[in-house]
Design a protein around this ligand. Structure first.
Ligand code: DGL
Length: 268
């Protein structure tokens, strides 16, 4: 049987969603991927739900015009604020970041979950709702960690500045619930800071803390969604589009773990 060779589409507010592409390429190496980074309008994390929804719908339309057979909303902020609108507008399945992230958290946790993300993700209450639907007795504490996105983009993912910022945020999070046993990295950029966040969380809590990220959870969700219908082609193509010329040459390899190649500039 011929497998469906239409690509998988992934969009994000910027380059951070390449962490999802990285996990996706590892899980489904034969799949062609179209990536759109809305670099002209990043960040989404400081914007209102209405604006995030409007921008996200434009990104989805771009991917649908390129005939994708599955759309991944890599951006946690877009997933948290726009998923119902995206699902309604899409003829193909849409996978957001929040539900897979919540599923991973519930699987890892004994009932006390901490979630960190952008301001717009935290304000949406989406993680609380997704976790409550899966494990109604779980206690969920959330915190907006606005400095972590620029820190990851600057490449300051280790060292004294990263340690100090992580210490400050995680101290506040664990004050809200000292019994947190699982930390969700609810933002595209945070997998780059997983080392420091894992270490500092353990130090603040005085015990090991399970750390889960939505990027690898989304790759698992995409694999499940495709089922047997995934390509085993020996070579797969990644095409990157951006809405503004960026430092993709510097940031791309950092987030993707390989050279994403020259992006194509588009206007949505
Ligand atoms: N991609 C965003 C997220 O995962 C982070 C960057 C932004 O604020 O746009 O929430």
């Amino acid at each position: 049987m011929m497998s469906d060779r239409r690509p998988i589409g992934v969009f994000d507010s910027g380059v951070g969603g390449l962490t999802v592409v990285r996990a996706l390429r590892r899980a489904l190496p034969g799949e062609d991927i179209i990536y759109l980074g809305d670099t002209a309008r990043v960040p989404y994390g400081t914007k209102s739900p209405r604006t995030v929804e409007r921008y996200s719908l434009a990104c989805l339309r771009f991917l649908l015009d390129r005939n994708v057979r599955l759309a991944l909303v890599a951006c946690n902020t877009a997933s948290a604020n726009a998923l119902p609108a995206l699902e309604e507008a899409s003829p193909v399945p849409v996978i957001g970041a929040v539900v897979p992230g919540a599923e991973s958290a519930v699987a890892a946790s004994r009932g006390h979950i901490g979630v960190i993300g952008t301001l717009a993700t935290v304000r949406s209450g989406a993680y609380e709702a997704a976790i409550a639907a899966l494990a109604p007795d779980s206690k969920v504490s959330t915190l907006a960690c606005s400095l972590l996105v620029p820190l990851a983009e600057e490449g300051w993912t280790e060292g004294e500045v990263a340690e100090a910022v992580a210490q400050r945020y995680l101290t506040e999070l664990f004050e809200a619930d000292p019994d947190i046993d699982t930390l969700v990295l609810g933002c595209t950029h945070y997998p780059l800071l997983a080392g420091v966040l894992t270490r500092v969380a353990a130090r603040v809590a005085g015990r090991e803390i399970a750390v889960v990220d939505s990027a690898s959870a989304m790759a698992r969700a995409a694999t499940l969604a495709l089922g047997d219908d995934h390509s085993t082609a020996p070579s797969a193509q990644l095409r990157c589009f951006v809405t503004d010329a960026t430092r993709l040459d510097v940031l791309g390899p950092r987030f993707l773990g390989e050279d994403p190649g020259a992006p194509e500039l588009v206007d949505l």
